[in-house]
Design a protein around this ligand. Structure first.
Ligand code: ATP
Length: 245
């Protein structure tokens, strides 16, 4: 069952304790992500998008439900094994670039490769990934010498260099102008078209419409699912979700 799925989430819930009160960030949300599929999660601020993504990526412990990544049930996979799984098979792209400013773009992309499987080919693969995102000429530059869009493309190159089966992207275009954002979205689309799974959290309806499927979250629940999305349909669904909140 679901042998082809890269990520399977069943009835995932996440409750945060905030002093004496509890915040239900995600309630019983389910998702199956397949190879080559790009799924976007949209929803009003505070609807639980980032928390859901973090639970699926194993970055947050779930309060209920189950998550399986590439056949590994996170509930029964130890922390070290999960870290290894992420390092070798999962790419992360966040709004804050998390690049090391004292290292060049090339060194930033090489770093996870040196920690993971392909030390011998780290340099070649990092160069190839930077070429792919159009930054071959900027490989020697450090993050402070690059624009926001270029830094984000370095993080994409870093995620791509490990040839991940799954990419988790949380607001990757949040800090970018329209042109840079479109470039980043195009790269995410290409990653999916090349066979990986991409899960994207975004506020950008146009960006969400580049996905194969859009899930609309409201108050921690998936309230709508749009197949073959257009920006208009995402906008309408999102406004419905927001106004009802
Ligand atoms: N570490 C935490 N401790 C307590 N509550 C949290 C924590 N992280 C998130 N929350 C709460 O969980 C809910 C969902 O937050 P989350 O960041 O997942 O929403 P979001 O849809 O990604 O929001 P945004 O679009 O504004 O980034 C919010 O009410 C938030 O305040």
């Amino acid at each position: 069952m679901n042998r082809l799925a890269t990520v399977v989430a069943r009835d995932v819930g996440k409750i945060y304790s905030d002093g004496p009160t509890e915040v239900i960030a995600v309630r019983a949300a389910s998702l199956v992500l397949r190879p080559g599929e790009m799924v976007a999660i949209v929803g009003p601020s505070g609807s639980g998008k980032s928390t859901f993504l973090a639970c699926l990526a194993g970055l947050e412990r779930t309060s209920r439900g189950s998550v399986t990544i590439l056949g590994h049930d996170l509930a029964t996979t130890g922390r070290r094994a999960q870290a290894l799984l992420r390092r070798q098979h999962v790419g992360f792209i966040f709004q804050s670039y998390n690049l090391i400013s004292s290292l060049t773009a090339q060194e930033n992309v090489e770093l996870p490769l040196r920690l993971a499987k392909d030390r011998a080919t780290a340099s070649e693969r990092a160069s190839a990934a930077l070429d792919l995102v159009g930054l071959g000429q900027q490989a020697h530059r450090r993050p402070p010498e690059l624009s926001g869009g270029q830094q984000q493309r370095v993080t994409i190159a870093r995620a791509l260099a490990v040839e991940p089966e799954v990419v988790f992207a949380d607001e990757p275009t949040g800090a970018l102008d329209t042109v840079a954002a479109a470039q980043v979205l195009r790269l995410l689309r290409e990653i999916a078209d090349a066979g990986s799974s991409v899960l994207l959290v975004t506020h950008d309806v146009t960006g969400a419409a580049t996905a194969d499927r859009v899930l609309v979250l409201r108050d921690g629940s998936i309230v709508d699912e749009i197949e073959q999305p257009t920006a208009e349909r995402v906008f309408t669904a999102l406004n419905g979700a927001g106004s009802a909140a």
